[in-house]
Ligand binder design. Structure first.
Ligand code: TMP
Length: 204
């Protein structure tokens, strides 16, 4: 379908997106397919510095500052994405949908402002496909409890994560062909196979 797609893994905390991204990376490596992997916030040297600032438990920025920091972290990744765009498969752990889901649906930041700055940064770069991982409250809590260090964004209320997950779903329903919803409450290996099958179709 695409030679070198940009593929994003989205979902709330404990939804398994990072695990599946690792499996896809291992699969592409085995197939000797060139790819790069980024995460947001973070991914590049400068963006990782901004990540540390945003997710620091001791700091409490307001929602607009958060938005600008997430976008600043993205801004630092754009050159890397541009350099590899259409040349290598690009895998990203979170991208624009996280900003819409968390900052707009979760925290109520104005959607127009968010999209305007984001589009300005992206300069026409397009996401080809997104795996949206969803999880129920019980499993999310179980997975978060296993984490040694919880960051500032791991500590919101259950109702906040519900709003964010519903936000992700709303975004995906607007463009169904470009999303695959992975129900991470189901068997992990079944989900892994489902994702790999889709990856094969995407990079054919
Ligand atoms: P994670 O990389 O460990 O999933 O944590 C990153 C956190 O940042 C996560 O709670 C989602 C949040 N986030 C936003 O709120 N907005 C964004 O635009 C991005 C990329 C992440």
């Amino acid at each position: 379908m695409y030679k070198n797609p940009v593929i994003v893994f989205e979902g709330i905390e404990g939804s398994g997106k990072t695990y599946h991204l690792k499996c896809v990376s291992a699969y592409l490596k085995k197939k000797k397919i060139d790819f790069i992997k980024l995460r947001e916030p973070g991914g590049s040297k400068n963006s990782e510095k901004i990540r540390k600032l945003i997710l620091n438990n001791k700091i409490n920025f307001n929602k607009n500052t958060d938005l600008l920091l997430y976008l600043a972290a993205r801004s630092e990744n754009i050159a890397i994405i541009k350099k590899n765009y259409n040349k290598k498969v690009i895998l990203i752990d979170r991208f624009i949908d996280s900003t819409i889901a968390y900052q707009h649906y979760g925290l109520g930041v104005n959607l127009k402002i968010l999209k305007t700055i984001n589009n300005y940064l992206l300069m026409g770069l397009k996401i080809n496909f997104t795996f949206l991982n969803i999880v129920n409250k019980k499993n999310m809590k179980k997975r978060l409890n296993k984490r040694k260090n919880l960051n500032r964004y791991d500590k919101f209320s259950d109702s906040f994560y519900k709003k964010v997950q519903n936000g992700f779903l709303k975004i995906s329903f607007k463009n169904k062909k470009k999303y695959l919803i992975i129900d991470s409450n189901k068997d992990i290996d079944l989900n892994k196979n489902k994702i790999i099958k889709k990856i094969d179709q995407l990079i054919r």
